[in-house]
Design a binder for this molecule. Structure first.
Ligand code: 5GP
Ligand code: MG
Length: 494
């Protein structure tokens, strides 16, 4: 595979947005919304707008703030458009995968933003290529665009989207600009988030509700799994079409655990509340007496405050302290090629406050363990500054398998919990004790059941047919360790 990626091309964890306004140009609100979604992707940022039948596009590598100059926004004319931020992938940076993907064809032009990952890309690409479609990237988004373009030549918009949904398999939240109509589509199992918001003078579709907040809009609701939402051209409202129905959903639990901003509401729940509840359950399941509870900033914070609160409510004499300070300017630890470099980066990124820790027994709370780099380093650091005992508590179950649904996980061999018992991991990271949260506690905190969640990375069983996906891709997980925090984006979770 080119640069070691799995057969279906790059897998992306991204942010998407779409806007339809009454008169004002859509570029600014799209730009601000992308800022709010920056934690979902820092590799590239792009906006496509439509001004009548004229399409304008600006897509560039880098952060939102760097990708657009004021003049760029001026050229993005039109009251409708879509935007995208793309998650960085390891290996070569490929600008042909930057989005929105735009294409013009006989019956109009399309701009398309995708978050998720198809599992039948190769098959569709072959078919489309055989019927004359030329591809410029190896990504799955372009396949969706061509498939939709082809269907639009033969059917009206709604039918064309339905046909496309019946052909593409996998996870997708899409925002699409088709001439001056803006569409939102969520895959039939609702793997990735997508919601609808009302603005003063129009409507917005976005991966997360935090993007609606920053525009002073109101969250209307989540887009339903299998639903097509069509924003009216003049920003006056939207229409809904339930195009595909399934018995089960497959919402990604990891959105709540790590990816989404805590101030976003996803599938009816505030992420912050979910994380606090996961923290409380962590205490219920595996609470350990200690002098202090320390969150790993920033992603462990809400978990740790829930954990400490539950402990104190039961009379445990434990204090909650910010004993680890984070340097927000340290770059992407996970994209670093060597383990040595990653360890150095963790050391630069997290510094313990000796006075909080010295002579104390401490419980460290993080949201997840992937390779184990962060926890191994932290345990050592805390012992170095005089912690008497170090207990690790993790707000998610052990990550034992890669993700094929749109999150670039490390390959199976790199996952510290793959094929390993918790006690062996505890020994590896050299903690006095280690406990993860159970899968059932996650399902309960999400008001859901195992059957309605995508738990692939913690069970190795996937709700989508991943045949044809290599079962052990050698994707290097990109910039983990605090995606948004590292880039200094205010307000995002690490
Ligand atoms: P580890 O150091 O064990 O390999 O990774 C765990 C740390 O990475 C945790 O602090 C967690 O917050 C963070 N993390 C977990 N998953 C992801 C991810 O998919 N992307 C990024 N950027 N960070 C992650
Ligand atoms: Mg973290």
């Amino acid at each position: 595979m080119p640069d070691g990626r799995h057969p279906d091309g790059p897998t992306e964890k991204c942010g998407v947005v779409g806007v339809s306004l009454d008169e004002r140009d859509a570029a600014r609100p799209l730009y601000y919304a992308l800022y709010a979604l920056q934690h979902r992707g820092q590799e590239s940022a792009g906006i496509v707008t439509h001004d009548g039948f004229q399409q304008h596009s600006h897509v560039e590598m880098g952060l939102v703030g760097d990708a657009f100059e004021a003049e760029d926004l001026e050229t993005l004319k039109g009251a409708t458009g879509v935007g995208h931020v793309r998650y960085p992938t390891a290996g070569s940076v490929n600008s042909s995968c930057a989005q929105p993907f735009s294409v013009s064809f006989k019956s109009g032009s399309l701009g398309l933003s995708h978050n998720g990952n198809l599992v039948n890309t190769a098959e569709l690409r072959e078919e489309l290529a055989a019927s004359g479609h030329a591809f410029t990237s190896d990504g799955d988004t372009e396949v969706i665009a061509h498939e939709l373009a082809r269907n639009l030549l033969e059917a009206d918009l709604i039918r064309a989207v339905k046909r496309t949904m019946n052909r593409i398999h996998g996870s997708y939240s899409l925002t699409i600009a088709h001439d001056d109509t803006v569409l939102g589509v969520r895959d039939p199992q609702g793997n990735r988030p997508l919601c609808i918001g009302e603005l003063d003078d129009g409507y917005i579709l976005a991966s997360e509700s935090a993007a609606i907040d920053v525009l002073d809009g109101e969250l209307v609701r989540d887009v339903r799994p299998g639903e097509l939402v069509v924003l009216e051209g003049d920003g006056a409202g939207f229409d809904s079409y339930q195009l595909v129905e399934r018995d089960n959903t497959a919402h990604c639990f990891f959105e709540h655990v790590y990816f989404a901003r805590p101030d976003s509401r996803i599938d009816g729940q505030l992420v912050y509340d979910v994380r606090r509840e996961l923290g409380r359950q962590l205490w219920v399941e595996s609470g350990v007496e200690s002098d202090v509870v320390l969150p790993v900033p920033d992603s462990g914070r809400a978990f740790a405050s829930g954990y400490a609160e539950a402990a104190q409510a039961e009379g445990a004499e434990v204090s909650f302290a910010e004993g680890l300070m984070k340097n927000r300017y340290v770059g992407r630890t996970f994209i670093m090629p060597t383990q040595d470099a990653r360890e150095r980066a963790v050391r630069l990124k997290l510094n313990p406050i000796r006075d909080v820790v010295e002579g104390k027994t401490v419980t460290v709370i993080d949201d997840s363990i992937v390779r184990g780099t962060t926890s191994t380093q932290l345990v050592e650091l805390l012992r170095d500054v005089g912690a008497e005992e170090v207990h690790m508590r993790i707000g998610a179950p052990p990550i034992v398998a890669p993700c094929y649904m749109g999150i670039d996980m490390a390959s199976r061999e790199e996952l510290i919990a793959a094929g390993c018992e918790t006690d062996a991991i505890r020994e590896d990271i050299d903690a006095d004790s280690l406990a993860y949260l159970s899968i059932d506690a996650v399902a309960e905190a999400l008001d859901s059941t195992r059957a309605d969640l995508c738990l692939g990375c913690v069970t190795g069983e996937y709700p989508y047919d991943i045949q044809g996906e290599s079962t052990d891709r050698d994707v290097i997980r990109p910039d983990i360790g605090d995606a948004a925090g590292d880039t200094g984006v205010a307000g995002s979770d690490d």
